[in-house]
Design a protein around this ligand. Structure first.
Ligand code: CTP
Ligand SMILES: C[C@](O)(CO)[C@H](O)COP(=O)(O)O
Length: 228
């Protein structure tokens, strides 16, 4: 960590999901990728970035003790909630001393440390919200409830958004103050955008893909084995 790094950076790692789409018997964050649980890989990536002072991992209640045995000393483990937003909120409440927050899915287990460091660097340069983004390669259409196409947004304007998403702490706290029961926001930046705050994108990394389906896990296993 550079001595010029004065703001206290806390990384929140929501890892309390069940992984329904992955279909394993173990909650997703505890599923191994080439022998190492996703949760451990995600935390190791954050620590290796050299840009994070503290890590708070959010897990299902029954897995707190197991998580503590899997993670390096000093990493805080807390209980999550029913939805991702509930788990992130628990993380924010557990780390009121943060100046900057990163919110990083455990499911993006192979995220390169250099990408994490770039997000923090942009925050330190004065951004209040930063997300990694990649161009989409498919054509994206909107559809109605019957599956009829209702529109085709210009692909050049679209980006697939990854994590870690970085925020000035007061901005993320205010964003979560606005969350209501049943909120449909699918990422943290979406909540910040509602405040009228600017969210900047940086170029993401294909390796930061979210392990969601069995095909994703096959890919992650192959990539991690190749890495050695
Ligand atoms: N109640 C929840 C739901 C999700 N997450 C976390 O948020 C990240 C992104 O969520 P996703 O990939 O959707 O994971 P799951 O919710 O586990 O997957 P699914 O929707 O297939 O059940 C994951 O690291 C997941 O563990 C969480 O902390 N708390
Ligand atoms: C936060 C996120 O990873 C950004 O792409 C994504 O929206 C999480 O969605 P999920 O349905 O919880 O996997």
């Amino acid at each position: 960590m550079s001595s010029a790094a004065t703001e206290f950076v806390v990384a929140l790692v929501p890892a309390a999901g069940r992984g329904v789409r992955l279909g394993e018997s173990t909650p997703k964050a505890f599923v191994p990728v080439a022998g190492i649980p996703m949760i451990r890989r995600a935390v190791d990536g954050l620590l290796a970035s050299g840009a994070v002072h503290r890590v708070v991992v959010v897990v299902p209640a029954e897995l707190v003790e197991l998580a503590a045995t899997l993670l390096p000393d000093g990493v805080q483990v807390i209980v999550g909630g029913a939805e991702r937003l509930d788990s992130v909120r628990a993380g924010i409440d557990a780390a009121p001393d943060a100046d900057l927050y990163l919110v990083h899915d455990a499911a993006r287990a192979l995220t390169p440390p250099a990408l994490i460091a770039r997000v923090v660097s942009e925050l330190r340069n004065g951004r209040s919200g930063v997300v990694p983004a990649l161009p989409v390669t498919d054509t994206i259409k909107s559809v109605d409830s019957a599956g009829r196409v209702t529109g085709t947004p210009a692909r050049a304007d679209l980006r697939a958004i990854q994590t870690p998403q970085g925020f000035a702490a007061d901005v993320l706290r205010r964003a979560y103050d606005g969350v209501v029961e049943g909120d449909l926001a699918t990422d943290d930046a979406g909540l910040v955008e509602r405040l009228g705050e600017q969210v900047a994108t940086i170029v993401g990394d294909p390796l930061a893909f979210k392990i969601t389906t069995p095909l994703d896990l096959t890919l992650a296993n192959a990539l991690a084995r190749e890495e050695g």
